[in-house]
Design a protein around this ligand. Structure first.
Ligand SMILES: [Zn+2]
Length: 369
């Protein structure tokens, strides 16, 4: 008796002889077919068993999302009592310093471990050509760093470092007369701002300006100041220009008054350029490299993980990505939570271990259940 007919007989023996229905025949056929695959030696074709259970499915991922991977962006205005919703960025608000603690308290109880701060000066006359307000000791970022350090000692505070929120022209540095970035002056100024945030108590400074050489300048100043050993330097290494930043610019009031940022942010097709920028920033002393945006640039995240094998890689799921998921969910395209997880899994699969995301409050709930 052949093995397949033995299986067939066993199947029939177990079934009621009065009920040799079409169902039991087809079941017999299915088991015989599966066995014949196995005995022909092609066992590797049988994959379903390995992910049949939800827990077994989660084990298929190289890394799984945890609360400690998430950094939540906060927009801090210079109007102490402000709490203004940002229409293009669902559920996100611009807040003054007096509103920050009550907002963060429940999130920290749910497991929030890190925030990234963006200052938003709104007072008339607060912007100038040099972004003087960026490191104003009475400005929203430095005041908020101090407050958060005092009230939430366990919270890891990242300070975004750029001038665009503070310059009258809205560009990410100091300009020459022809409107292009003066790299030397910009790097000098941005590295000074970074040191001010570090002195104020930020655990991590994250320059997002994309001026050449700013990582080296910041690292050297941190060393000179004697604080390099306790400050994480996270570089927006591969920050691409594009149309996914619109809601952020609404929130931060950082839209350039003329031109665009294509001469310093990376062109979307520039994979090789991104690899060079990542390699350079590692050489210049970055502790973490970041790719921004995230979901349209998964190949770049993967490149960053390859180039920076021994470094943490961060990805910024930017305002446009977040707003798109919200809009599509609202239009009935998919369930928002399912898509938020799927997008996040893609970002982690590509190689990120840190994700800056506006979905952080939701994930703190979702990951608790
Ligand atoms: Zn900027």
């Amino acid at each position: 008796m052949s093995f397949s007919s033995l299986v067939s007989n066993l199947t029939f023996r177990d079934s009621d002889p009065e009920d040799r229905s079409q169902f039991s025949r087809s079941r017999s056929f299915a088991s015989t077919a599966a066995t014949s695959v196995s005995i022909s030696g092609d066992i590797s074709s049988q994959l379903h068993g390995g992910y049949s259970h939800p827990l077994a499915r989660s084990w298929q991922a190289e890394r799984q999302l945890t609360k400690s991977m998430l950094i939540y962006p906060l927009f801090i205005s210079d109007q102490p009592d402000e709490e203004t919703s940002i229409p293009s960025l669902p559920n996100q608000y611009r807040r003054g310093i007096n509103k920050i603690i009550p907002f963060l308290e429940p999130l920290i109880q749910k497991g929030l471990q890190s925030v990234i701060l963006f200052g938003v000066p709104l007072a008339p006359g607060s912007k100038d050509a040099h972004g003087t307000a960026a490191d104003d000791p009475q400005g929203p970022v430095i005041q908020t760093i101090r407050l958060l350090r005092a009230r939430f000692p366990q919270l890891f505070i990242v300070a975004d470092v750029c001038l665009c929120e503070y310059t009258s022209h809205g560009h990410c540095g100091i300009l020459r007369e022809d409107g292009s970035l003066n790299n030397q002056l910009s790097v000098d100024r941005i590295s000074d701002v970074a040191i001010s945030y570090a002195y104020a108590g930020a655990h991590c400074v994250a320059p997002s300006d994309m001026n050449d050489g700013r990582i080296r300048a910041i690292k050297l100043k941190l060393i000179e100041a004697g604080i390099a050993h306790k400050i994480v330097l996270m570089s927006y290494s591969a920050k691409f220009s594009g149309c996914l930043y619109g809601p952020f610019r609404d929130a931060a009031g950082s839209c350039p008054s003329f031109g665009d940022r294509k001469c310093y942010q990376l062109p979307p097709g520039g994979r090789g350029l991104a690899r060079r920028a990542i390699a350079r920033d590692i050489q210049e002393g970055a502790d973490i490299i970041m790719v921004k945006p995230a979901s349209s640039y998964l190949d770049i995240i993967s490149d960053a993980k390859n180039i920076g094998k021994d470094m943490p890689v961060a990805a910024y799921q930017v305002s446009g990505e977040f707003a798109m998921i919200h809009a599509a969910a609202k239009a009935g395209v998919f369930d928002m939570k399912a898509m938020a997880f799927e997008a996040m899994e893609g970002i982690l699969r590509a190689g990120a271990t840190i994700v800056i995301s506006y979905f952080t409050p939701e994930f703190l709930d979702w990951l608790s259940h």
